[in-house]
Design a protein around this ligand. Structure first.
Ligand code: PMP
Length: 440
């Protein structure tokens, strides 16, 4: 019997023993096409010799030095590389071990910024429904996924959640995408006014929503209006690119495509590409300097921040994304994948929407295409598709949930950037068989 705390107590998963490119291999020799890179993690695929070599080299030099005393060469080099490519005024990097640590740090940094400025009343965070920012208490409080929150309600912090930007469901027929984007963004203004602008510290959002909404991109202009509103009230904009960042959407940072510059930006997943656990929080010099001139240090920290081996892996990964020309490939392959999905599912009676950016794609499943009515969550459609796909040798990321009683089910795809045309065909074919098995 396995003593590893499994994800689902009722079943033991197969044991993974190897990985090659977009494929994972279990102890029985069965091969799985990693169509979601785990959870949008394995952007370079499995078994990349350059990344493993960089990790081995670093281990031979230095495995660990506590950042309370020392910094390290890979941490400095990775911070420089990220800052060179980051949008706007982001110019400091705080390395952590994953996504929840990054968003949790962002929430605390925002609060400390206002404390240092003497605006102690600013403690409210506004985020969005149908979002996910991580599983620790602060991050879970910021997230708007009811299913993940439901058992922990009494422990969660009081944060506000406005409606997401959800073109497929919320744009009125008479509205242009731009008009809808303005209306959706103005919900932030209304919420700031409702709470009292002097009490709000920050707004947090995923540029392209991942786990809770199936690669849901914003409409043009939405985030520019969000930025304007944040500026108008002087509140901080925190973008969570834990899932959609690091080239996943075809630009190193997803927000580049929305012409918006955050005050704080969180990344993880693709930063380590699965080779090491690593995340990061980037912030502007305005925030950093306020704290540096105030109490002098960010009142936060974990034992493994800036870990030399993790940052060496991150450095090799970001260099690979940039130097191997993967960003234009993600854009081109993403368009091809969208077309393949449309060809296979465009007329499917239970596929309501096919969307996304780059190699970050989602399919929204509905009971009825005309009314967009979702399936009853009790049917657990997404879970059944995950199982059927796994039996087909496909790893994809289906999710179901209920938000205001309506969200329903979707399948998220986030294959490694190195996926070939033939492998994309296999992905779509296997997913098609799985969906047909569950929804004939
Ligand atoms: N933010 C977003 C947008 C995520 O998708 C996730 C993970 N799915 C997290 C935060 C949390 O990251 P982690 O699981 O590494 O803690």
């Amino acid at each position: 019997m396995s003593h590893v705390f499994p994800r689902h107590s009722k079943s033991q998963p197969p044991v993974a023993v190897g990985g090659e490119g977009v494929w994972l291999i279990d102890a029985e020799g069965k091969r799985y096409l990693d169509g979601s890179g785990g959870a949008a993690v394995s952007c370079l695929g499995h078994g990349d010799p350059e990344i493993t070599q960089a990790i081995k080299d670093q281990l031979d030099k230095l495995a660990f030095a506590h950042t309370g005393f020392l910094t390290s060469e890979p941490a400095e080099a990775l911070a420089d590389l990220l800052i060179d490519h980051a949008p706007g005024d982001l110019d400091r990097v705080y390395f952590v071990s994953g996504g929840s640590e990054a968003t949790e740090a962002a929430i605390k940094l925002a609060r400390q910024y206002w404390v240092e400025k003497g605006e102690l009343q600013r403690s409210r965070l506004i985020a969005r429904k149908q979002s996910y920012h991580g599983n620790t208490i602060g991050a879970l409080s910021a997230g708007g996924n009811e299913w993940r929150r439901q058992q922990f309600g009494p422990l969660l912090l009081d944060m506000s959640h406005i409606a997401p930007c959800y073109d497929y469901r919320d744009r009125a027929e008479a509205e242009s995408p731009e008009e809808y984007g303005l209306r959706a963004a103005n919900a932030l203004k209304d919420e700031i006014e409702r709470l009292g602008p002097e009490t709000v510290m920050a707004f947090m959002a995923e540029p392209v929503v991942g786990a809770t909404a199936g690669a849901l991109p914003p409409v043009p202009g939405y985030f520019r209006r969000i930025r304007e509103i944040c500026d108008e009230y002087g509140i901080l904009l925190i973008l969570d690119e834990v899932m959609c960042g690091m080239g996943r959407t075809g630009t190193l940072f997803a927000c580049e495509q929305d012409g918006v510059e955050p005050d704080i930006l969180c990344i993880a997943k693709g930063l380590g590409a699965g080779y090491q656990p690593i995340g990061a929080m980037l912030c502007t010099s305005a925030i950093y300097d306020t704290i540096a001139k105030g109490s002098g240090f960010f009142q936060h920290g974990h034992t493994y921040i800036g870990h030399p081996v993790a940052t060496a892996a991150g450095l090799a990964v970001v260099r690979a994304i940039l130097d191997r020309g993967l960003l234009p490939q993600v854009r081109q392959k993403g368009e091809a994948l969208q077309q393949k999905l449309e060809a296979r599912f465009g007329q499917h009676a239970h596929v309501g929407d096919i969307r996304g950016r780059g190699l970050f794609r989602g399919i929204e499943l509905v009971q009825d295409r005309a009314t967009k009515a979702p399936f009853d969550p009790a049917l657990g459609i997404a879970g059944k598709i995950k199982k059927a796909a796994f039996a087909e040798g496909l790893i994809c990321y289906p999710m179901s949930g209920t938000i205001d009683g309506r969200q329903g089910d979707h399948v998220l795809l986030a294959p490694p950037f190195i996926i070939s045309e033939a492998e994309m065909d296999q992905l779509v074919e296997r997913l098609g068989r799985a969906i047909d098995a569950v929804l004939p």
